[in-house]
Design a protein around this ligand. Sequence first.
Ligand SMILES: Nc1ncnc2c1ncn2[C@@H]1O[C@H](COP(=O)(O)OP(=O)(O)OP(=O)(O)O)[C@@H](O)[C@H]1O
Length: 650
Amino acid sequence: MKTETPETRTVELGVWKVVLLNDVHRDYRKNWNNILLALPLFRRLAIDIYTLEPMLSILFVLEKFWSGIESAVLLYLSSRLLRIIEVGLVSGTVNSGAILSAVAIRLCCSALAALLSWASDGIHPILRTRVMTHFQLHLMQGKSLPESSTTEAKSKFDVSARHAWTAFEDVADFLQQIVTTGSELALIVQSCRAAESPLFAVLFSGRSLWDQAHVVYTDNKYFQRMKSLVQMATDGYRSEVLGCDLVGYIITEYQKAMSSLGTTSDDWAEQQYSRRTDPLMRISEAIMGDVPMVYYAVAAIMKPSKFSISSIAILHQSSGSLEWSMRCLFRNVSKFRKRCERLRMIYEADKINNKLIDGCLSYPPEKSQGMSFELRDLSFSYPGSQSTKPALSNINLSIKAGQLVVIVGANGSGKSTVIKLLARLYDPTSGPDSLTADGLPISKYRMSELREATAMLTQEHSLFPVPLGENIGLGFVKHVEDMEMIDRAAELGGATHCLAKLTEGKDTILSAMNEAYGHDVPESEAHPLQVEMEKLRKNITLSGGEKQRIVASRTFMRFESGKVKFVVVDEPSSALDPEGEASLFNNLIDAREGKTMIFVTHRFGHLAKRADLIVCMKDGSIVETGNHKELVEMNGEYAKLYNIQASAFV
Ligand SMILES: Nc1ncnc2c1ncn2[C@@H]1O[C@H](COP(=O)(O)OP(=O)(O)OP(=O)(O)O)[C@@H](O)[C@H]1O
C-alpha cells in the first residue's frame, strides 16, 4: 500500500508505517481556523448547558477557574512564606507574626482548594448526567429518521451524547489551561521583576507523535501472518483447527514467520517514534532542561543582593510548571479539532438531508382490497454502490390489489431490492413515475401513512432489548399492553409454546441491560462472589427459530390495527423447522383479506400453487411472470428452479 502524496510522507518504524503531514504548520493553522469557526457552536453548547442547570454550571465554571489559578496561588503563598523565613534566618530575627499569618493564609487556601474539589466531585456527575441525557434525546430523535440508514446518515451519527459532554469538558479544560499558563507566567514575571532580571525563554523539547495528526498501518507480511496464525489458535476456530489437525501446521508456520520477521520491532509506533532521536538530540534536550538553573546561577552571580534561595526555588518550580502547562495547551489545540467536528455533528443530527421527500396525499386514497403497484421501466442503483451494474434494470410489473405474489430467483437477482422500493425504503433511480401505488406515484403519499399501511417481515428484523411480550406488542403500539391481543398474535406467529417455556414468559428480557463485572473474583466455583457472578451472567437465550417466531408474532400484531394494506415477507423463516414454516405461511395467507401480500423465498414449493402471480428474477431483471402452471409450461428459468426443489423429494 502506498500512501505517500505531495502532502504526506511515510516514516517506517519497525513493522509499522506512519503517514505524517509534510506541512505541520498548515495543520496548526487549520486547527486554529476550526476552533474559530466552532466558537458559535461552543457558545450554543454553553447556553444549552446553562439553561439545563444554571446553578451547577456556574459552580462548574468557578471550580475550573480556581483550578486554573490554584497552582500559581499556592506557589506564590509558599514562596512568600519561604521568603519571610529566609529573611528571618539571615537577619537572625524571626518575625513570628508574619510567619503565622502567611501559614494561616496558605492553610486557608489549601482548605478552600479542598472544599472546591469536594464540591466539584458532587457537581460533575450530576451535570454530566443531565447534559448526556439531554443530548441523548436530541440524537435519538435524529437517529429515528427513516433515511438515517443510508451511509451518509450513518457516518453523521458516529457521535454519542458523551461527545457533547467531552466537548464541553474540553473547552472548560482548555480555558482552565489558558488561565493556568497565564497565572504561572505572571508569577514568573513577578519573580523576575523582584530579582530585576530579564524574563527567560521557556524551552521545549522535540514533538512527540501524539502531538501530530498521523495514520499508522502495517503491511509487513510476516507480522500479518503471525497475527493471523495467533487468531487461528483462538477459541473461535477451535473446532476447525482440531477437526483438520492444524495445530502442528500453525506452530510451524508461526515459527517460520517469526524468524523471517527477525528483530523488527512491533512496539507501538508512537513509542518507537519517541525513541528515534539521535544521542546529540537527547543531550541537547537534557541540557535545555537545565537552562533555567543556569539562568538563576548567572543572575545570582550578577545581582547577588536581589536573589534569594526562595526566589530561585520559586523560579525553578514555576518554570517547570509553565513548560508543562504550555505543552498541554498546544496538545489541546489538536484535540480540539475532533471535538469541534463532533459537536457540529451532534447539533446537525436533526438536520439530515431528507433523501426521501415526503408526499402530501393521504394513504389509502380510497377503500381497497390492498395496495396495487405498477412498475414501468423501473431501474435502481444503491446510493454509493461500487457496482458497475444497477441492482434493478427495466423492471415492468403489475401487482393488483389483494394479490398473493411470490418473487423467486437466484442470490443477488434483485428480489429484496424490489420489495425495498415497494415499501419506499428507497426511491427508484428511474424517476417517481416509474413506481405507482394505487394509481399515483408512491412518493406522493405521506410517508407515515404508507408505513402504517405496510407490514414487513424479513430475516433482518430482530428482537428489541425489551420484554418479549412488549416485543410483540410493539407491532401495534396503541395496544402494546393488550395481553389478549398479544397472545393472539403470539399464537399466529407460532410463539406461544416458546413463551410458555420461559419462567417469566412474556416478561422475559433476552439481553437484559444488567451490566455486571467482577474484579479480583477468585476462580473457585464455590466462592460466594463467583456464585453471584454466575447468576448475573446467566443470559436467557432463544434459538434462532424461536426468535423468528416472536418477530413473526409482531407482524400479526400489526395486522390488528386493520390499516395494513401491503405485507412483505422476505425470507423470514430461514431458521424455522418445516412445520413452523408451513404454519407461519398458512397463517399469513389466512390473514390476507384486504392486503396485497408478497413473499420472497427460495423454498417456494408450498406457496407456488397458491400464488396469483409468480415473478422470476435474474441479474436485476424480471425474466418470467405468470402463475405456477403457466411458468412450468414455459419450461424456462422458473421451471428450472422449481424442478431442482421438486426433484429433491422424488
Ligand atoms: N445496501 C446495498 N448497497 C449496495 N448494493 C446492494 C445493497 N443491497 C443489495 N445490493 C446489491 O444489489 C443486488 C441485488 O441484491 P438483492 O438483495 O436485492 O438480491 P436478492 O435477490 O434478494 O438476493 P438473496 O437471494 O441473496 O437475498 C446485489 O448485487 C447486491 O449486491
